[in-house]
Write a protein that binds this ligand. Structure first.
Ligand code: DGP
Length: 215
């Protein structure tokens, strides 16, 4: 059986990293082979350029940084595909949905959601995207915003709005929204149920790995 592609998305401080780790541990303890990834992957040369930008150490034109984020996913695409075909499940902290909404949230009139999605076409398509939903105000209560580029209230408000727009233009089965305001254990239980359902569906229907299609 092929591996599954499971993605976590949400605002900064929604709890993605913790829930990602917990899901990886649960799946491994059930005997799944699991690779844990996150984007941006700051360890590559492209990822280092992204890191400098996010930390305010360099400036990039909006389209340029957008394409760097996308290139950072494309540089991993072949290995994601190979692992899934070889039976390894991949759990990713942020993927191309963040790619679309964070760039479109800048309200640059020549970089809308549709433009932002184009470079992502052809990437391995998640079997499920688990969206951890939290209001920007509640996210900010979790220790305040950090110091990186997009961590401010105005940007997070727009990002949340765009996530919801993106979700309504995607196929119903692609997304599962989970209230991230509950306790870690409550959220984890919901995450596990969603992940199991997605895994069972792929296996039961023998679904092949799909790729991001044009809108
Ligand atoms: P993280 O390492 O998950 O905290 O992500 C760093 C920041 O970068 C976060 O504010 C979300 C944003 N981000 C993640 N992926 C993308 C992307 O593909 N494009 C843009 N513009 N921003 C992204």
């Amino acid at each position: 059986m092929r591996g599954k592609l499971i993605v976590f998305e949400g605002l900064d401080r929604a709890g993605k990293s913790t829930q990602c780790e917990r899901l990886v541990e649960s799946l491994r303890s059930e005997g799944h082979r699991v690779r844990h990834m996150r984007f941006p992957d700051r360890s590559t040369p492209i990822g280092q350029m992204i890191n400098d930008y996010l930390k305010g150490q360099s400036e990039q034109e909006d389209h340029v940084i957008h394409l760097l984020f996308s290139a950072n996913r494309w540089e991993a695409a072949t290995s994601i595909r190979a692992d899934i075909e070889a039976g390894t499940t991949i759990v990713i902290d942020r993927y191309y949905y963040s790619g679309c909404v964070y760039s479109a949230a800048k309200n640059n009139p020549i970089l809308n959601l549709e433009w932002a999605r184009h470079p992502e076409e052809g990437l391995p398509r998640p079997d499920i995207c688990i969206f951890l939903d939290i209001s920007p105000a509640d996210a900010a209560k979790r220790g305040g915003f950090g110091g990186e580029k997009y961590e401010n209230q105005q940007m997070q408000d727009r990002v949340r709005q765009l996530f919801s727009q993106l979700q309504s233009s995607s196929e119903k089965d692609d997304f599962a929204t989970i209230d991230a305001g509950g306790s870690l254990d409550e959220v984890q239980l919901n995450v596990l149920q969603v992940a199991w359902r997605a895994i069972e569906r792929v296996d039961a229907e023998g679904l092949p790995l799909r790729f991001v299609q044009p809108w």
